[in-house]
Design a protein around this ligand. Structure first.
Ligand code: ADP
Ligand code: ZN
Length: 721
């Protein structure tokens, strides 16, 4: 099995539970697999599929993803196909033929197919060895994504008695788990539940003061990294996307109110790295299987802890360090309380309140966020210090809160213990508004006792008095605050109160890049070059970049700098097929880089470039620099020389720019009119997907640069027109 793991998938080891699961599947047992996003579920049926004689059927509701999954398998040399509504009748017939003739090992099907007359007959003409049900929670009405078509799976189970079924999901709740088992009618299933902790994610929750500024800082740090920003309302997604675009970021909005085709297009662009940031409502997520999302921001308070866990879970599927940041404010809290108060059903409203309290507790936490999350998911968590949440990372300091606590409690008492946090803070800050004047509270001694305090800070303080039991919250919706017995004791006995707060205002996000071990010391410039080559190949093949290689593979290349096939094959993600196909172009870039920078080969196994500041690590900075230099009138070779990277890379920078709708100053790079016409004619004849046939046609007299520049101009014109 290990041999096949390396040969097909390029991995040396199994991830936790994979081997045990595969063992059972190969023994023809029914299995249920609960693993978090990024846990490596696909391999649990893909590897057995290679072992079995017949075909493995994979049912998946994520039509948008099927093609990428199949492309990924094919790139690894696994014969795979798909059947869903995106195919033409002809394509569909062709795949069915291949399946019947036993030419496929894996066939992805959309669940709605099962209801089509004739499809069962087709299935019975196949030799089915294994049935995999991906996103199995879709069968449950308890889950967050019920699909009626999934109910047909029960009959599928009956039609193929004796064929093992493996059901997989990232939803952990027991209710859903039971439902899957019942609905699918699994036969004495082996159940595998892996830890839902996501060690490569850093959790940060910070006050929503100047959120846009904080967001820009975060994006600066994650330049070039795919980012999802969640917002509460449709309108807000559009506003934020606009604000970011205005500042030169590549950002698009996404919400259920947008046209279907537009949504699909946006999703597609995100997956293919043609847009870096998607600002979305929670409608965006299902079907986003992008492994290299580096940052997930909750710009507004999420409704539930489950939601928060699911949405942050979309970061870092590839196992590389990624950041999850939530901005939290009293305003958001009140907004949600308002919405909840509008719910008519008493039960529903209470439930929503409980959920809100749970997420607020997460925000208010003074202890490890991860521990809270794990406990919430019902998983024992031994450690109290995870080392990668803002609480564990930030040194906290104690401060004497006696005086401020006295002021808050006195204000509550003087105003009759009938008001909520906003009103208390208004009185303390001496707000001269109608509500205060009408009640005569502007004449109280406590009116304006904290005139200069920041309103959010004060609200935080009030909140932590609630957390610490000195104030008691009453009622729901807009709860009022009263001084608790403990609070009265504190006042009467003149006790002191010590609380903790973060030592620095801003969390140290950069840290997440430094805790991930050796390979963070990879050479970032070489990484950029390899990423550019990857993009070029991916674009030619019309697949997402990660189908060629994941970031981890590129980081390892930029760290170990392999210079022959043997060493190249040791890189994670390089199996036989990718070794055959891609070693030559990637080795070329690495070898040239090593020579050009006279990096001694003997140093290849120690960190090569000192891990300096990482501010410029993303490819987009690099691309911007290229654009800048070209706009200065430099030729491609001059830019390449100045920057110390290959011309191929410079060319691919420009391609990416144009692909993203940017413009590049090309006039000074254009060949003469007559050469240009010849090149254009060649493109017309052969198509413009690849450069090699054009060069072959035109002969050595034409340079790659000329050809590439003409293609860029053509594309730019197409984009303009
Ligand atoms: P899930 O479906 O559980 O979210 P995936 O099957 O997409 O997870 O796998 C997550 C990532 O882990 C993918 O990038 C995959 O290539 C990688 N992966 C899977 N198995 C292994 C392994 N044994 N070693 C290294 N990486 C792996
Ligand atoms: Zn922690």
């Amino acid at each position: 099995m290990l041999e096949q793991l390396k040969a097909y998938f390029g991995f040396d080891q199994f991830l936790p539970l994979q081997e045990e699961i595969i063992d059972k599947v190969l023994a023809n047992r029914d299995t249920l697999v609960l693993m978090p996003t990024g846990g490596g579920k696909s391999l649990c049926y893909q590897l057995p599929a290679l072992h079995f004689k017949g075909l493995t059927l994979v049912v998946s509701p994520l039509i948008a993803l099927m093609k990428d999954q199949v492309d990924g398998l094919r790139a690894n040399g696994v014969p795979a196909g798909l059947l869903n509504s995106t195919l033409t009748a002809q394509e569909s017939a062709q795949i069915q033929d291949q399946a019947k003739q036993g030419q496929l090992k894996i066939l992805y099907i959309a669940p709605e197919r099962l209801a089509l007359p004739g499809f069962q007959r087709f299935l019975h003409s196949l030799q089915v060895s294994l049935i995999a049900i991906d996103e199995a929670h879709c069968i449950s009405e308890w889950g967050h994504d019920f699909r009626p078509d999934y109910r047909n799976l029960r009959s599928l189970r009956k039609e193929f008695p004796g064929v093992p079924v493996i059901a997989l999901t990232a939803t952990a709740t027991t209710q859903v788990r039971e439902d899957i088992l019942n609905q699918l009618g699994l036969d004495k299933p082996e159940i595998f539940i892996s830890s839902f902790n996501r060690p490569n994610l850093t959790y940060t929750i910070q006050p929503k003061t100047e959120p846009l500024g904080s967001l820009l800082n975060l994006l600066e740090k994650h330049q070039g990294g795919s980012t999802i920003i969640y917002r509460f309302s449709r309108k807000a997604t559009e506003e934020t996307a606009m604000e970011l675009s205005d500042r030169g970021f590549s950002a698009l909005p996404y919400h259920a109110g947008l046209d279907r085709d537009l949504r699909r297009e946006t999703q597609e662009k995100f997956i293919r790295d043609q847009v870096q940031i998607v600002v979305a409502t929670i409608a965006f997520g299902m079907g986003i299987d992008k492994p290299d999302v580096r940052l997930v921001v909750h710009y507004d308070l999420p409704k539930t802890v489950e939601g928060y866990y699911q949405e942050t879970g979309r970061a870092g599927r590839d196992g590389l360090p990624s950041d999850c940041v939530l901005f939290y404010s009293y305003g958001d809290r009140s907004k949600q309380e308002y919405f909840i108060s509008q719910i008519e059903d008493d039960d529903e409203r209470d439930k929503a309140h409980t959920k809100l309290d749970q997420i607020l507790a997460l925000c208010d936490l003074q202890t490890c966020r991860r521990a809270y999350l794990m406990e919430y998911l019902g998983e024992p968590w031994p450690k109290t210090d995870c080392g990668s949440c803002d609480i564990c990372m930030l040194p906290r300091e104690e401060f004497d809160a006696t005086e401020i606590a006295q002021k808050i409690l006195s204000t509550s008492i003087r105003t009759g213990e009938r008001f909520g946090v906003n009103y208390l803070v208004d009185v303390m800050r001496g707000a001269n508004n109608k509500a205060v004047r009408d009640r005569g509270h502007h004449e109280l001694t406590v009116f304006g006792i904290c005139r200069d305090a920041d309103s959010d800070d004060l609200k935080e303080m009030v909140r932590s008095l609630v957390t610490n039991g000195l104030l008691a919250q009453q009622g729901s919706g807009y709860p009022t605050l009263a001084v608790s017995a403990q609070g009265r004791r504190f006042l009467n006995d003149r006790e002191t109160l010590t609380l903790t707060r973060p030592k620095q205002a801003a969390p140290v996000l950069q840290k997440s890049f430094d805790t991930s071990g050796r390979e963070t010391a990879y050479d970032t410039r070489l990484f950029d070059e390899l990423a550019a080559l990857r993009l070029e190949i991916a674009t030619e093949r019309e697949v997402p970049a990660y189908v060629i290689f994941g970031n981890k593979a590129l980081q390892q290349m930029a760290f170990h700098m392999p210079q022959n096939d043997q060493d190249f094959s040791n890189i994670s993600g390089v199996g036989d097929a990718k070794l055959r196909e891609f070693s030559a172009p990637f080795l070329k870039v690495i070898t040239e880089y090593v020579q050009a920078n006279s990096v001694a080969v003997t140093t290849a196994r120690v960190p090569v470039s000192a891990p300096k500041k990482r501010a410029n690590r993303g490819i987009s900075t690099s691309i911007r620099e290229t654009r800048y230099l070209v706009a200065q009138g430099m030729s491609l070779s001059e830019v390449a020389e100045q920057r110390g990277i290959s011309e191929t890379t410079i060319r691919s920078h420009l391609e990416k720019l144009v692909q993203e709708g940017g413009t590049v100053e090309l006039d000074h790079l254009m060949p003469s009119e007559d050469r240009r016409t010849k090149i254009e004619a060649a493109f017309k004849e052969v198509g413009e997907a690849r450069l090699t046939p054009i060069r072959d046609m035109l002969g050595e007299d034409y340079s790659w640069d000329e050809i590439a520049v003409v293609r860029l101009a053509l594309r730019q014109e197409q984009a303009d027109g």
